[in-house]
Design a protein around this ligand. Sequence first.
Ligand code: FES
Length: 161
Amino acid sequence: MTLTPGPAPSRLDADPMPRRDVLGLLSLWSMASALVFATVGALRLPRAAVLPSPSKKFRVTIPETLPPGAAFVPPGRSVAIFRDGDGIHAVSIVCTHLGCIVKATTAGFECPCHGSKFAPDGAVTGGPAPAPLPWRQVTVSGSTVTIDEETSVPTGTKVQA
Ligand code: FES
């Protein structure tokens, strides 16, 4: 059995692409892809990535069935709203010790974190809290009640509805 050599390569045949050229093309495509992704990422940067926090001033509808002296805490808010014969007032429910949210009770407020207790008017009656719960600004215009969670008013300030 004899091996016969194949036809001799012609000068007109295309050269097979060397491995070095293939790797070079792959690296160029990788760099181009990285550049495209980096550009797309850079174009997205100026847009805000988070939503702004909700306003600290909000309108609220106080339930008609709210008994006098009972607290109404609107969902997601940090004030307890009260309505009695003297008017409407709002007390912050952010503990003045380390900022936990206090719970409204029949005797006032209790902090679940370190046990501070507050009277219904926010005065400290026990625990490590260094200051009373501040009262917040209430504005009534017609049937609209607006609470400003950032503006304090003197304790005892009530607004007629
Ligand atoms: S955070 Fe309320 S007692 Fe410490």
